[in-house]
Ligand binder design. Structure first.
Ligand code: GRF
Length: 228
């Protein structure tokens, strides 16, 4: 496997170069073959692709799987010449059968990490088992608070001061699983669901590429330790 690090230190000061801090762009992990699951707009998909194009994230998107024929993410993928597969959940008799088709498609495209980016379907154990430890999701709240639908409105209704977003490994319970990275977003007195969601999304686009790199690095370290 290829563990060459990305040089994320270009253009930084000599003090920074001496610092023990390693930016996520410089982490070492094998180059990733991503399968993206998305149901809607696809702004997180775009942010991930931008990080790849800037050589900040060592990965390629092998396929985008979408369950919604009208989703904008299909256009975004086509613009970047990324293969797409439309697996409309309405054409499957059960979640399990949809997930079996998803896993078969991911294998067909030789995917090794699955990135749920606005994927609006509950997953089954079949998908989790097929990509154990290599299946990530992003959610617009500071989990474990406010899992499930309408997380931003749930956050506003609770009257808390901080909103945010979370990238986590996927387990069977909705929006559960070990957390990889979070970003906090202060709530302003004037916030509406739309205004807060927009600021949260800005942070999602920042943390999702970083979280993918960190999760890949953690898995590479675990694998190396197990090999010793
Ligand atoms: C994001 O806010 C994410 O947290 C949630 O769905 C939204 C997807 O947005 N799971 P986009 O399709 O990536 O623009």
């Amino acid at each position: 496997m290829d563990f060459a690090p990305v040089d994320g230190s270009a253009g930084l000061s000599s003090e920074w170069r001496r610092s023990p801090y390693i930016s996520w762009q410089a982490l070492a992990y094998p180059s990733l073959k991503l399968g993206v699951l998305a149901s809607g707009n696809g702004s997180n998909f775009d942010a991930i692709m931008t990080a790849i194009e800037r050589s900040e994230l060592r990965a390629a998107a092998n396929v985008v799987i979408c369950n919604n024929p009208d989703a904008k993410v299909l256009e975004r993928a086509a613009q970047r010449s990324i293969p797409t597969a439309l697996l409309n959940h309405r054409e499957f008799e059960s979640r399990e059968l949809l997930d079996r088709a998803i896993v078969a498609t991911l294998k067909q495209y030789d995917v090794d990490w699955v990135i749920m980016a606005g994927w609006m379907r509950r997953v089954t154990q079949h998908l989790i088992d097929a990509f154990s430890g290599r299946l990530l999701n992003i959610h617009p709240s500071l989990l474990p608070s406010f899992p499930g639908l309408h997380a931003v409105q749930q956050t506003l209704d609770a009257g808390v001061k901080l909103a945010g977003c979370t990238v986590h490994h996927v387990e069977l319970a909705v929006d559960s699983g070990p957390i990889v990275m979070q970003a906090a977003v202060p709530i302003l007195p004037t916030d509406t669901e739309a205004s807060l969601q927009a600021r949260i999304q800005g942070q999602e686009h920042r943390i999702y590429p970083a979280a993918i790199a960190i999760a890949a690095y953690q898995l590479a370290r675990q694998t190396q330790a197990a090999d010793v």
